[in-house]
Design a binder for this molecule. Structure first.
Ligand code: SF4
Length: 264
């Protein structure tokens, strides 16, 4: 049995092992609120079709092609959302497509990332999703579309974890190195590129080895206070920030003792 690890999980571990332990090992439910993903999903699907289904027999698609793709994916939206989405996509077209000499076919769109890693005799399965992967002359560029209103860059430590994990997984799948992770903000028409290096991969491997030691021995989940505590949904259980923390509730899932089965 393998232990699933994703960028979201490893970022959580990197922020605070105790919060990670409560959330993923003890399965304590965190109260979080999510906005409606409907418009974002429709935009992602439209861009996937726009890049993947274009016939590539002409250098560039025209604006009609993005309108056509939008009609395929916007049927369940309100009129306001349809207009808003159209505006966002036209901006995308003007900013990233119309000024190119030619549009190149992507390597893949809207796919799953999967890879494997052994650490401390445990097998980890890396999982994740991407919006688009493009070929570059010297490697791969992973593109992540961002459709939220707030243009907020993740902390550099979070980006580094994501790059390192994807570097590892993409090299296994495509035998090519990840050169850039790019965040493409659809509403502002900005593309922010982060350079990927083998160093990112090595740091993530070290992080996963540390996590493996904790998983094997089920100890060492110390709270690590920091700026993330302000938004931590486990603060009431946490002795580092609460004078009288409430007991961690009994949960249905035990700490992952089955990991011992993976040991040599
Ligand atoms: S409050 Fe801070 S130290 Fe405590 S679990 Fe949350 S992130 Fe970790």
């Amino acid at each position: 049995m393998t232990y699933q690890i994703s960028a979201t999980k490893l970022q959580a571990y990197n922020r605070c092992p105790y919060a990670y332990y409560l959330r993923y090992e003890r399965r304590v439910v965190a109260s979080e609120f999510f906005g409606s993903p409907t418009l974002g999903t429709a935009l992602h699907q439209t861009l996937a079709q726009f890049h993947w289904d274009w016939h590539y027999q002409a250098p560039l698609p025209d604006l009609q092609w993005i309108h056509y793709c939008w009609r395929q994916h916007s049927s369940g939206l309100s009129n306001n959302q349809i207009l808003e989405g159209m505006e966002i996509l036209e901006k995308y077209y003007r900013t990233f497509i119309a000024n190119q000499v030619a549009m190149n076919p992507p390597l893949a769109v809207e796919g799953k990332i999967q890879g494997y890693l052994q650490a401390e005799n445990l097998e980890f399965m890396i999982v994740g999703r991407y919006d688009r992967i493009d070929f570059l002359p010297d490697g791969l560029e992973l593109i992540d579309y961002k459709s939220s209103r707030e243009r907020k860059l993740p902390d550099s430590s979070e980006i580094d974890v994501q790059i390192g994990l994807y570097y590892l997984a993409l090299e296994q799948t495509y035998r090519q190195s990840l050169k850039y992770l790019s965040l493409l903000f659809l509403r502002s028409g900005e593309k922010i590129r982060f350079k990927a290096t083998r160093d990112h991969q090595e740091r993530v491997q070290t992080m996963i080895s540390n996590l493996a030691v904790r998983l094997r021995h089920n100890r060492g989940w110390e709270p690590t206070p920091g700026k993330q505590c302000d938004r931590c949904t486990f603060a009431r259980y946490c002795p580092a920030v609460t004078a009288n923390p409430v007991p961690v509730p009994e949960t249905q899932t035990k700490p992952q003792l089955q990991l011992a089965l993976n040991l040599a």
